[in-house]
Structures are given as structure tokens and as C-alpha cells.
Design a protein around this ligand. Structure first.
Ligand code: HEC
Ligand code: HEC
Length: 331
């Protein structure tokens, strides 16, 4: 609450200069009410940081933890439009002006209607209230940091009426991903932009366990046919976890079950300690064809395995990069 002399001048301006305005007052009010409000967003602030007090969010950072085989992670960010503009000043407590019932839209004061004013010279104390008016917010764009993240939204620009809520759904595609994934999403509005942060922790694959009897039976079957591992029930542990994966995630899902197991059978090689020189061709050939009369299956489709050439190449290049050859090639 503060006294501002300028408002007194404003009243004087209206009262003295504008008998016409006072007389026409009720008409101008009706004319304003008859015009439907069409909100046209101003896009000039979309690259400025969004000030506080525009959208109230349920959080700007969200985290989730998902199983190794989850194909995607889903987030919902909710917000409420709390934006206001400082529109005008409302005059209250006009103590010694008499017979004022209201004033219409001067540039300074917002009364409703004036019917008559007397004794203006004795006006001594006009107290003002600042008036804020709720306004719409327009969401102009929702831009994720990577193509793997998609937003679920109404058509843009999305006008959020004052005081109402909205939700932005975000889905992160996790195909072929492991470990921690951090994504950002830029939400542009007509009042500025806001960054949302997403964090997904992908749990390591659950190591399947077998009874000793099942393992012994599996070993017998594999000895009879090393490709048996890709069929029937065997495939649920030995093939399915690799679906849609490449490179390290594929190795972790399909090769590590035999080669990285701490309790692996003695005939399963330690790939970190190979006694011959290695290169991309070495890995590629082993993965594609395995070894006849051993337990190492052939993964290429040409040899009856489950892998495409691209999947084979992806593991070969991953292993060649991470397991350097232990021995120099023979010349
Ligand atoms: C429940 C999951 C599961 C199923 C089903 C399964 N395996 Fe395995 N397999 C494993 C695991 C885990 C290992 C690693 C063994 C260890 O270290 O305990 C393994 C290892 C192997 C090995 C390497 C030798 C060894 O014992 O270490 C062969 C060969 C094999 N499995 C073949 C098969 C065949 C053939 C089938 C189908 C009859 C089969 N597996 C079904 C989980 C499974
Ligand atoms: C069912 C268990 C099993 C699976 C699954 C498996 N291997 Fe093997 N792998 C073996 C066994 C057993 C050997 C030893 C073969 C032999 O007797 O020489 C071997 C040998 C190898 C060798 C040769 C190592 C050397 O010392 O020269 C390479 C390379 C290899 N595997 C890579 C892979 C890769 C890469 C994958 C995944 C695409 C994979 N293996 C999946 C069981 C497995």
C-alpha cells in the first residue's frame, strides 16, 4: 500500500478533461466485454531463461531405475500456470472524494464507473493496491537432447490458461543402452525456456541361475550339438537377453554368460588372456563360426546362429578395442 501523487493527477485528468468519457463509460465497458480474448504468444522471449513465478513444476529433475531389459523409461513432468502480469493499480479508500462509484480504465487507475465527483480539491489520501492479472503461458517447443527421447504433447503452441495444469510426458528409448543415461529436455515458452533433466539407471542384467542337474543336462546337450544353446528353453537365457542389442550390451547379454562367469566350466576360455594374437578378424571369425567339436557355438545366421552380420561386427569391434592383443602377430 502506498500513496502515489500521480494517481491523484490521473483522477484529476479524467475528471477535468473528460466529461465525455464519464458519460460514455457504460458503453465502453460493454464493448470491452464483447471482444473475445484471443491469446497470441509473443515468441521473442523463448530463448531467455524462464523467470520464477511463471510455471510451478512438480520437479525439474526426475530419476528412475529400470531393469536391464526394459525397452524404455517414461517420465511425466507436471506444472501449473501461476504467471501474472502487473497490470494496473486499483484505487481504494478514496476518503474525501464524494460520490464516486467507479472509474473506467485510465492509464493510471482502474475504477469501474464514475457517476459524479464533488470536492475534488479536498482529496487528501488515496491509497493504491497493485493489481496483478493471471495470464496464459504458451508452450512453443519441447526439444529433447537426443533422438532417443520423445515428448507426448498436445499440438503446439500449447496455450496453458491461467491457473490450470499441464503434463509433459517424456519417453527415453533404452534399446542398446546400459548403465546410467542422462538426458535433458528444453521447454520453450513465450515467457522463456526451462531445462528438464532426466536420469535413468539401467540395472545390470540379472544373471540367470540353474540347478546343478539342469546345468549338467545342458552340458550334455551342448556336447552333442553346440548349437542347441540357441534353441527351445536354452534360448531364454542364452539368446533372448541380446534382442535388439549391439556391441558391449550384446556381449554382456550373450557372451558374458559363458565367458565372464566366475563359475564357468574349465573348457570355457578366458577371453582376457588369449594365447594367440588377436585382431578384428580373429573376433569376427570366432563369433561367426565358433568351433566344431567344442562348446563354442556359431553365432552367424549362415551357420544356424541368431546374430546378424552387424551384430557380429559390433561385438568384434567392441572386443578388439577393449581387449588388446596379448601377443604380437607372427610375421
Ligand atoms: C536359466 C538360464 C539358463 C538356461 C535355461 C540354460 N543355460 Fe546354459 N548357462 C547358463 C549360465 C548362467 C551359464 C554359466 C554357467 C555358470 O558359470 O554357472 C551357462 C553355461 C552354459 C554352457 C557353458 C558350460 C558351462 O556349464 O559353464 C553351455 C555349453 C550351456 N550353458 C548350454 C546350455 C544349453 C544347451 C541349454 C539348454 C538345454 C542351456 N544352456 C540352458 C544359464 C542357462
Ligand atoms: C555356451 C557358452 C559360450 C557362449 C555363449 C560363447 N562362448 Fe565363446 N567359447 C566357449 C567355449 C567353451 C570356448 C572354448 C572353445 C575351445 O574348446 O577351444 C570358447 C571360445 C571362444 C573364443 C576363442 C578363445 C581362445 O582362447 O582362442 C573366443 C574368441 C570366443 N569364445 C568368443 C565368444 C564371443 C565373442 C561370444 C559371444 C558372441 C561367445 N564366445 C559366446 C563357450 C561359449
Amino acid at each position: 500500500m502506498k500513496l502515489r501523487r500521480v494517481f491523484v493527477c490521473g483522477v484529476a485528468g479524467i475528471v477535468l478533461a473528460s466529461g465525455r468519457l464519464l458519460a460514455a463509460d457504460s458503453h465502453s465497458t460493454n464493448a470491452a466485454a464483447a471482444t473475445a480474448a484471443v491469446y497470441v504468444p509473443d515468441t521473442s522471449h523463448q530463448n531467455d531463461p524462464l523467470p520464477d513465478g511463471v510455471l510451478a513444476w512438480n520437479g525439474l529433475t526426475q530419476e528412475t531405475t529400470v531393469a536391464a531389459d526394459a525397452g524404455s523409461a517414461h517420465f511425466v513432468f507436471s506444472f501449473t500456470n501461476i504467471a501474472t502480469v502487473h497490470e494496473t493499480a486499483l484505487v481504494t479508500n478514496v476518503t474525501t472524494l464524494t460520490n464516486i462509484t467507479a472509474v473506467t480504465n485510465s492509464s493510471f487507475i482502474w475504477f469501474k464507473k464514475i457517476s459524479f465527483v464533488t470536492n475534488f480539491s479536498t482529496a487528501t489520501s488515496i491509497t493504491t493496491n497493485n493489481v496483478t492479472k493471471p495470464v496464459p503461458v504458451a508452450i512453443l517447443d519441447v526439444h529433447p537432447s537426443c533422438g532417443c527421447t520423445t515428448a507426448q504433447l498436445p499440438p503446439l503452441p500449447w496455450i496453458i490458461a491461467p491457473g490450470t495444469n499441464g503434463q509433459i510426458g517424456l519417453t527415453v528409448n533404452l534399446a542398446g543402452k546400459t548403465g546410467m543415461q542422462i538426458k535433458t529436455v528444453n521447454v520453450k515458452t513465450d515467457k522463456g525456456f526451462k531445462r528438464l533433466d532426466l536420469k535413468v539407471t539401467i540395472l545390470p542384467p540379472v544373471v540367470p541361475t540353474q540347478s546343478a542337474a539342469d546345468r549338467a543336462r545342458a552340458l550334455e546337450m551342448a556336447k552333442a550339438d553346440r548349437q542347441a544353446v540357441f534353441r527351445g528353453d536354452c534360448a531364454s537365457c542364452h539368446v533372448k537377453p541380446g534382442a535388439g542389442k549391439y556391441g558391449k550390451p550384446l556381449y554382456d547379454a550373450v557372451c558374458a554368460i559363458c565367458h565372464e562367469s566366475k563359475t564357468r566350466a574349465s573348457m570355457v576360455s578366458d577371453l582376457h588372456n588369449i594365447k594367440t594374437p588377436t585382431n578384428v578378424d580373429f573376433w569376427q571369425t570366432w563369433i561367426a563360426h565358433g568351433k566344431a567339436d567344442s562348446l563354442m557355438p556359431a553365432f552367424s545366421t549362415a551357420d544356424g546362429g541368431p546374430f546378424s552380420e552387424i551384430q557380429i561386427a559390433s561385438i568384434a569391434s567392441y572386443l578388439n578395442a577393449t581387449i588388446p592383443s596379448q601377443l604380437p602377430a607372427n610375421k
